[in-house]
Design a protein around this ligand. Sequence first.
Ligand code: C2O
Ligand code: CU
Ligand code: CU
Length: 431
Amino acid sequence: DERGRRVFDLLARDGRRDFRGDGRLTRTAGFNGDFLGPTLRAKRGEEVVVNVVNRLTEETNVHWHGMHLPARMDGGPHQLVRPGATWSPTWRVDQPAATLWYHPHPHGRTEEHVYRGLAGMFILDDDREAALPLPRRYGVDDIPVIVQDRSFSRSGQFRKTRNMISSIGVLGDTLLVNGTVAPYLDVRTERVRLRLLNGSTARTYDFGFADDRAFALIATDGGLLDRTARLHRVRLSPGERAEIVVDVRPGERTTLRSFPPDLGADALSRRFAGGVDRFDVLQLRAASTLADAPPVPDALVPPDRLDPAAAATTRSFVLSGRTINDRSMDMGRIDAAVTRGSTEIWEVVNRDGTPHNFHVHDVQFQVLSVDGGAPPPELSGWKDTIFLPPHRPVRLIMQFTDHSDPDMPYMFHCHLLWHEDAGMMGQFVVV
Ligand code: C2O
Ligand code: CU
Ligand code: CU
């Protein structure tokens, strides 16, 4: 409305969808529809109200992954919505343009709810992004690409069986992009921006193009990079995002793929963690004449680095088994209290032989180092989730600018949802 308020309705409900066109209806769940949910969009400075209506037969909730907001609005495990009830969190958008997302977060049930289809994209805009010559016509040259893997039973139901040897969770053999099997995109402009979201519960992808063409990486989880990175591949573990811009030529077809990702694991666990799998993700079909598009600039936003010398506290997080620092999630225990306004360094390491990742609520962080070295371009910007190959410590720096609440925690956890549900999560308050 004219006061700069955005009001959204998200109705969680059961659904059915014929994913493969063979008449078999898969039981699903979605927001406002049968599978996934609408893309929500708001601009920096606007106030957001979301009316979350639970039409499921069990409790659920909605977490705004990547959003900086008060803990009571965060949609973590403490903000459950009973069947039939409505929850209406509200907050002011106070962070740069970015590709965020939303999904349920009921403790112990997150994997199940996301797997059934409860997730969606949340795009944030700001003036700085709007001033750059980037593709931004939603659905025309600016495309959400939510990538998820599923398997289907004979009767067409999602088959959520874990390989006995796999310790990372359910890996599907079929990819869905925005809920579509074997998708293609008609491209009518010389350049197209893809907002890649790994919305899978366990699988890590290494995105690139079938012909190995370079693309421009312009943004990561929390928004635009300082400088465009020209890459051939970008690896995304569950929950991570990347915005890429790819050039196409008139009349051509090219395919976005996922190549076998380097999981940093030994051969056996690599195989059972999806490290040898490849998929076609999305075919791009260019029209015979394409509308002009300006080249992607090298400089995007002014560098804005958090200063390690300003960090008052360094914390250490060791992930192993289904624990963080040998502790399993306890909703009644606060694992860390951080001071409002403070900058902290978090050192995080995976002590297992198989992959994990690490996600922090409320803040976007910067990566100071990966295994003691400088971070690669895809880890040079704002992040809220980072892949953790075995035994390679990362140092993260983050600032807790506001929103103190001693009574309501935010979460940090592994975003492999089976692990998260099994207790690989902890709670922090900002005081
Ligand atoms: Cu995307 Cu705590 O989650
Ligand atoms: Cu989150
Ligand atoms: Cu994990």
